[in-house]
Design a protein around this ligand. Structure first.
Ligand SMILES: [Zn+2]
Length: 159
């Protein structure tokens, strides 16, 4: 069993999703659109690393502070293993998509990070922004309103 499948089983045990659904989950639908929108709002609709937003011509994506690849590898051993994101904030290996493990990042910055630890990749100012962001509750109701107002047009590409 691959880590991805184990992870999917942990994420949605009640849905009995197929392998086809797993592929979708790895693409743009790995997080609900309203949650994605709420995360972008929490972060001011800008990349927390370089500060650029959609008005600057960049695509917004979500960055996993503890990389998904790390979570997946650890989840193969035990999905309930807690991995430290920052200080007292932890994420279960089997649940890498919690809002306190996700921050807004432009596609350029995200594609150059790879699996570099976020405390090494993010610059000092960005680390301050990250630490504040992951301690802020996301507003899912706002996210839902944003998605509804978009009337079906995707707000960004897959990530
Ligand atoms: Zn950036």
């Amino acid at each position: 069993m691959s880590g991805i499948i184990a992870l999917r089983a942990k994420e949605s045990p009640a849905h009995g999703r197929s392998r086809v659904a797993t592929k979708v989950w790895q693409g743009m639908n790995w997080v609900r659109q309203e949650k994605r929108a709420a995360l972008y709002e929490r972060d001011g609709r800008r990349c927390l690393q370089c500060g650029r937003g959609t008005n600057d011509g960049v695509t917004l994506t979500l960055d996993h502070l503890v990389p998904r690849s790390v979570c997946t590898a650890v989840a193969e051993l035990d999905p309930k293993t807690e991995i430290v994101v920052d200080g007292e904030i932890t994420v279960f290996a089997g649940k890498p998509n919690e809002s306190h493990n996700l921050v807004t990042m432009c596609g350029d910055c995200n594609s150059s990070r790879g699996a570099t630890p976020w405390t090494e990749f993010y610059n000092a100012d960005a680390q301050v922004r990250v630490r504040s962001a992951i301690r802020t509750e996301i507003d899912l109701a706002l996210g839902k309103r944003i998605i509804a107002s978009l009337a079906g047009s995707p707000i960004e590409s897959a990530r």
